[in-house]
Design a protein around this ligand. Structure first.
Ligand SMILES: *[C@@H]1O[C@H](CO)[C@@H](O)[C@H](O)[C@H]1NC(C)=O
Ligand SMILES: *[C@@H]1O[C@H](CO)[C@@H](O)[C@H](O)[C@H]1NC(C)=O
Ligand SMILES: *[C@@H]1O[C@H](CO)[C@@H](O)[C@H](O)[C@H]1NC(C)=O
Ligand SMILES: *[C@@H]1O[C@H](CO)[C@@H](O)[C@H](O)[C@H]1NC(C)=O
Ligand SMILES: *[C@@H]1O[C@H](CO)[C@@H](O)[C@H](O)[C@H]1NC(C)=O
Ligand SMILES: *[C@@H]1O[C@H](CO)[C@@H](O)[C@H](O)[C@H]1NC(C)=O
Length: 272
C-alpha cells in the first residue's frame, strides 16, 4: 500500500512535468488546438542563429491529406498565419500573414503553399535587425527577450470551420549576428493588441487535440487522383455533415483517463 502510494505520487510528478506551462508535449511534438502539430521548437527554448525555424506537421500525423484538398473534404487547413510578439518588449512582428513582402521575404508567403508534397512545413524566417545581439538583453529598450510564436490556424474539422490561436513561448537570447542582411523591424511591425482584444480563450472553439490517447477522428477526402496524396490517413469518402463526429463527441478517452489507466496499471504491477 505504502509503495503503491509512492509510485502514484511519482507518476503524478511525471505528468506534471510533461504538462509544465500547460503544453501537451508527446514524442517531441507539441499539440495545438488545431490540425497542425508543432515539431519544433519546444516551449521555452532559447533561440538565435541566422533564422527562426518553425517545423509544423500539417498532415495531423498522417490523418489529413495534403493540399490541394478536395473542395468537398470535411476537413482541411485553410491557412496558417504566424506572428512573433511579446508583451515584455511591446513588439508584434509578422512571420507570415499569407502575403510575402520585403526584398528577402521579410514576411513570408502562405505557409500551406510552401514545400508542396511535404507533410512538414519548415518555416524559416530571417530575424529582423532589432533582435541582433548575444545573450540576455543588456540595454534598456532592447527588443530581445521573451516572445511568443503565435500560430493561428484557420481550418475546417469535420465540416465545421474554426480559427484558433496557439502561443508558444520562446526566449530570444541566443546569438543573432549582424553578418547578414536583415529586414528592419519597422517593416514587419504590427500593432500589439491587449490580451482582452486578442481573446484567445474566446477564439479557440476546440481544445488541444491529437495527442496520444486522444480519439478525435478527422474526416477527410483524399483526392485519390494519383497525385500521391491518397492513403495518407483514415479517409471517409461520402461522409456528410450529419455524420459529424465532432471533436467533443469523439474525445472518448482524453489525457486524464489515460493517466488513470496508467496509475491503475502501476498499482496492479506493484500488487504482484
Ligand atoms: C505569451 O502568451 C501568453 C498566453 O497566450 C501570455 O499570457 C503571455 O503574456 C505571453 N508572453 C509574452 C512575453 O508576451
Ligand atoms: C484564411 O482562410 C479563411 C477562411 O477561408 C479566410 O477567411 C481568411 O481570409 C484567410 N486568411 C488568410 C491570411 O489567407
Ligand atoms: C519569397 O516568397 C515567395 C512566396 O512564398 C517564394 O516564391 C520566393 O521564392 C521567396 N523568395 C526568397 C528570396 O526566399
Ligand atoms: C502582411 O505583413 C506585411 C509586413 O508586416 C505588411 O506590410 C502587409 O500589409 C501585411 N498584409 C496583410 C494582408 O495583412
Ligand atoms: C499581431 O498582429 C497581427 C496582425 O495585425 C494581429 O492579428 C495579432 O492579433 C497581433 N497580436 C497581438 C498579440 O497583438
Ligand atoms: C472573449 O470571447 C468570448 C466568446 O466569444 C466572449 O464571451 C468574451 O466576452 C470575450 N472576452 C473579452 C474580454 O472580450
Amino acid at each position: 500500500m505504502f509503495l503503491s502510494s509512492i509510485s502514484l505520487i511519482a507518476l503524478a510528478a511525471t505528468t506534471t512535468l510533461a504538462q509544465d506551462l500547460n503544453f501537451v508535449v508527446a514524442g517531441g511534438q507539441v499539440f495545438t488546438p488545431g490540425l497542425a502539430i508543432l515539431n519544433a521548437p519546444q516551449p521555452g527554448t532559447p533561440l538565435g542563429g541566422e533564422q527562426l525555424e518553425v517545423a509544423l506537421d500539417v498532415s495531423t500525423n498522417g490523418r489529413l491529406p495534403l493540399p490541394p484538398y478536395d473542395p468537398e473534404s470535411p476537413s482541411m487547413i485553410h491557412n496558417i498565419t504566424i506572428f512573433l510578439y511579446s508583451y515584455d518588449t511591446g513588439k508584434n512582428f509578422t512571420i507570415s500573414n499569407g502575403t510575402a513582402s520585403g526584398i528577402f521575404n521579410a514576411s513570408l508567403g502562405e505557409i500551406m503553399a510552401q514545400e508542396p508534397g511535404s507533410t512538414v512545413k519548415h518555416v524559416k524566417w530571417t530575424w529582423p535587425d532589432c533582435l541582433v545581439g548575444d545573450g540576455q538583453p543588456t540595454e534598456l529598450n532592447s527588443a530581445r527577450g521573451i516572445y511568443n510564436i503565435s500560430i493561428r490556424q484557420s481550418f475546417r474539422l469535420n465540416s465545421q470551420d474554426h480559427y484558433t490561436i496557439f502561443d508558444l513561448p520562446i526566449s530570444v537570447t541566443n546569438s543573432i549576428s549582424n553578418d547578414v542582411l536583415r529586414p528592419t523591424c519597422d517593416e514587419i511591425s504590427n500593432l500589439l493588441l491587449s490580451p482582452d482584444q486578442v481573446n484567445i480563450t474566446g477564439a479557440n472553439t476546440v481544445p488541444v487535440m491529437f495527442s496520444p490517447g486522444d480519439a478525435t477522428v478527422v474526416q477527410a477526402i483524399s483526392r485519390g487522383d494519383g497525385s500521391g496524396q491518397d492513403g495518407l490517413g483514415p479517409t471517409k469518402p461520402g461522409a456528410t455533415a450529419s455524420q459529424g463526429l465532432g471533436s467533443g463527441a469523439e474525445r472518448v478517452r482524453g489525457r486524464a483517463q489515460w493517466e488513470v489507466v496508467l496509475a491503475v496499471g502501476a498499482v496492479m504491477l506493484l500488487a504482484l
